[in-house]
Design a protein around this ligand. Sequence first.
Ligand code: PMT
Length: 408
Amino acid sequence: MSASAPVQPGNLLLAVAGGIAAYKIPELVRQLRRAGHAVRCVLTEAGGEFVSPLVLQTLSGAPVRSSLFDSGEEGEISHIELADWADLVVVAPATANRIAKLAQGLADDLVGTLLLATRAPVLLVPAMNVNMWSHPATRANAGLLRERGVHFEGPESGELACGWEGEGRMAEPGTIAGRVAILLGGETWKGVRVLVSAGGTREPIDAVRSIANRSSGKMGFAVAEEAARRGAEVVLVAGPCALPTPPGVRRLDVETALEMAAAVEHEFETCQVAVMAAAVADFRPANASLAKIKKEDLAPGAAPRIDLVQNPDILAGISATRGERVVVGFAAESHDLVEAARRKLARKGCDLLVANDISRVDAGFDTDSNAVTFVSPGGEVDELPLLPKVEVAARILDRVEKLREGPR
Ligand code: PMT
């Protein structure tokens, strides 16, 4: 069920654009071939400046195409045949220019034409200068492509060839090959039932007022969507939120923590994996009024007294009874992230805690990206860079795969 499990071989069309990270492509081709895939490489004009067609042809065992109008190349295999042949198209390195062209639908060269003509999924592996990656134009183009279902791997943070430090490094060949295995594997989670909680709960004070929080549901919905894409049977227990239900997901809408607890406990009985991304209210008003509390009914200047009682800890409850099932919890922390997460993990007793750094404006509640650190019961800590929530979801499920395969 993972990248390390037997890989489903497929037809990979690898488009190489012009960036210094192209030096890693021959190694990527070797790894993809070793995994059993058929690989055909195409080069953009700039890509050909960084890696030789002869190297790629030798390693892939197939002719390399670089021109749309070369009659010899087109006679060998037409660009439409190539687009149809692919089970997956990978663009690595994906430059800012290539991402912009695809976002705009430009087909002014071979790679642009293939990307529009193919019906296969597309994986972009960006590599560029940190400022180019964080430029609003590149962010907007990447966002648009993600909305259209294009997959991204990376970029990673670190030292860049241009001398800058930050996000922009191309993912390593092993990481790309792992993602390819997952994307080609398709239904690798078939037969697995996954329970996801998402959104915030709403605890009524009276007929119109409630205690709520800023959770938009985006993180949990991304996990549900990714699990369904991998072929799992997914049930999503969602607090009040306006997000559309991901394709293939069964959604149960709840409002309060008590309703969420009842739904989660019931569904957990038949699930093998639970990912609890909801922001559950720890307390609720002890006596919610069925009518609206009116100011006129109180003494002048007085405020109503609202007594709170504790809600059940849903995550701790299912963790205690999980047996062989894998349970993942979240933690929203504003400081001492790792220490606070370790304490929470010990209290909740789950298999993995995903700690969000909510002190950042681009992570945590109601954002499209998240900065998370995985904390394991054995004490291991794995800090991920800022990533779109869809990619955080993929990383969480990759972790779950490992937990299901190996000893805990
Ligand atoms: O929905 P988004 O806008 O995308 O935001 C995502 C998120 C920030 C809400 C999400 O990534 C996240 O961190 N969810 C957990 C937030 C939270 O309430 O953390 P906590 O530290 O209070 O709870 C820790 C864990 O216990 C969570 O898995 C929570 O679901 C669970 N819990 C908490 C209280 C409770 N009574 N029962 C629970 O099961």
